[in-house]
Write a protein that binds this ligand. Structure first.
Ligand SMILES: *[C@@H]1O[C@H](CO)[C@@H](O)[C@H](O)[C@H]1NC(C)=O
Ligand SMILES: *[C@@H]1O[C@H](CO)[C@@H](O)[C@H](O)[C@H]1NC(C)=O
Ligand SMILES: *[C@@H]1O[C@H](CO)[C@@H](O)[C@H](O)[C@H]1NC(C)=O
Length: 465
């Protein structure tokens, strides 16, 4: 069911395109077309008025993030989030938000309709589900020994040259069976969901040959079927191309060549740049019209102005600087120059962190972001970097009801309470997919639970929350 809307939309725009030619060529065809078109309009309207499923009311703070359909926030906007005190939402059977506002308004408007009511009694806050726009979540083996070497002072490149680092992960992933890799990935995704992530990007790239890259993409695709986290990057849905643009890895010219080739095949561009050395990555991003660049610890001032001018998202990954003990990307400078700033966990065996609340805390403590900026960067802007901000990243009408209930009346506690953030429950597309009272809702790969089965479950009754 969940694809009906999209299908109609695609077909709808196809028919609209035909209108011009129908008028010119064929009356019969035109009549038929109008008939079909109206049928689509009817279906469209029916879908728009999808039945009410539940209302959620008396959130002490309903943090919508945006309120006017913004696809991203930049500059001072990032610190001015839309927050409704004593807020509520109405959610449809289609998993989308039908209405947002003060509780009083929501209660009154939907008074007569059949529905479940979730009452947060002014004790809990709501924020949008978190979006992690940069991960390498599928890997085999760990790099715990390297972590110890790094603590003792070895650099990333020294380890890389000794055959460690990515080279080691590549070796492990090539050897590992598909089933095992999938099982591991599902476990990681479960842990991400518990930390509030509802949309993530997962890169292939540790295969480094066609066979193993396809193996990785297939695993990601399977995970997307099984798991409730929405994943960008699987086989039928890869639309980003990435390159590790770095001195001694892929240099400027090679990177440009690879990205240009990807572009020719219709991929959006989102690559690693200016991480360990300045190498004109933002400049390259503007030449090639990238959607986003990740890392940017060593971005130039000119590069910053280019990202700002071309609305290229800067995906900052503060865990890298934390684990490698290098300097942090210039987050404040990026914000004051109106760059669209997003955050990601960079989850991978080199920086083993899959928690966006931790990333937000780190970005506040070490990159001087405000609470609001950290949340904007982990929701709407992160969704923008994945080209999904029309569906995810804020709580507005017609977007997915994908949100977190926070076990505190002040939403900022999700950033403040480090390591074990007070997450009460996580909703994906209008369904409660995890709550601390029902950990069994998480799919275990062994159960062969299909995502559609999970979606078919009704939300937990309020008494259970
Ligand atoms: C990339 O970095 C190397 C080493 O620092 C430098 O020699 C080269 O000029 C840089 N290339 C660009 C395009 O910035
Ligand atoms: C740049 O890429 C975006 C998609 O990321 C596209 O919408 C836009 O039209 C492109 N602009 C140019 C000048 O190619
Ligand atoms: C990050 O977590 C620590 C530990 O709980 C806390 O003291 C600090 O205030 C947090 N930072 C922010 C910005 O919430």
């Amino acid at each position: 069911m969940k694809f009906i809307w999209d299908t109609i939309f695609v077909n709808g725009s196809k028919f609209v395109e035909t209108v011009g030619s129908v008028k010119k060529w064929n009356k019969k065809k035109g009549f038929l077309f109008l008939l079909t078109k109206n049928l689509f309009v009817l279906l469209f309207v029916l879908k728009m008025t999808s039945a009410l499923k539940f209302i959620i009311i008396h959130a002490s703070e309903l943090v919508c993030v945006t309120g006017n359909g913004e696809r991203y926030l930049k500059g001072s906007q990032m610190d001015k989030l839309k927050i409704i005190k004593d807020g509520g939402m109405a959610v449809g059977e289609d998993g989308k938000i039908k209405d947002v506002g003060k509780s009083e308004y929501i209660i009154k408007k939907y008074e007569k309709e059949k529905k479940e009511i979730i009452d947060l009694k002014m004790k809990k806050a709501i924020i949008p589900g978190l979006v992690d726009s940069h991960t390498h979540s599928i890997f085999a083996g760990d790099r715990i020994n390297e972590f110890e070497m790094k603590i003792k002072g070895a650099t990333y490149m020294e380890i890389h040259k000794k055959g460690g680092g990515i080279g080691y992960t590549v070796e492990c992933i090539r050897k590992e069976k598909e089933e095992i890799l999938l099982k591991e990935l599902i476990k990681y995704l479960n842990r991400m969901l518990k930390q509030g992530t509802i949309l993530t990007e997962i890169k292939s790239g540790y295969g480094l040959n066609l066979l193993n890259e396809i193996k990785m993409l297939k695993i990601i695709e399977k995970a997307n079927e099984i798991h409730n986290i929405e994943i960008i990057g699987y086989l039928k849905n890869i639309y980003f191309i990435d390159v590790f643009h770095e001195k001694g890895i892929f240099e400027f010219k090679e990177t440009l060549q690879i990205l240009q080739c990807g572009k020719k095949y219709g991929f959006y561009i989102n690559f690693h740049g200016d991480e360990l050395h300045y190498n004109s990555s933002a400049e390259l991003a503007s030449i090639i019209n990238a959607t986003a660049v990740s890392h940017l610890e060593f971005i130039s001032n000119y590069g910053i102005s280019l990202l700002s001018k071309y609305l290229i998202a800067a995906i900052l990954l503060p865990t890298t600087a934390h684990f490698l003990r290098i300097h942090y990307p210039p987050a404040r400078l990026l914000i004051s120059n109106d760059v669209i700033l997003a955050l990601g966990s960079d989850f991978n065996p080199n920086s083993f962190c899959l928690s966006m609340p931790f990333v937000m805390n780190l970005s506040c403590v070490s990159m001087k972001l405000t609470f609001n900026e950290a949340l904007a960067a982990s929701t709407i802007n992160s969704a923008y970097a994945l080209r999904q901000s029309h569906l995810f990243g804020s709580l507005e009408i017609h977007k997915y009801a994908s949100f977190i209930i926070i076990d505190h009346h002040d939403w900022r506690h999700i950033i403040y309470q480090l390591v074990d953030p007070p997450i009460h429950s996580v909703f994906q597309k209008g369904i409660c997919v995890w709550t601390k009272f029902h950990p069994t809702l998480l799919p275990d790969h062994d159960d062969h639970l299909h995502r559609s089965q999970l979606f078919a479950e009704p939300p937990l009754p309020p008494s259970k929350l």
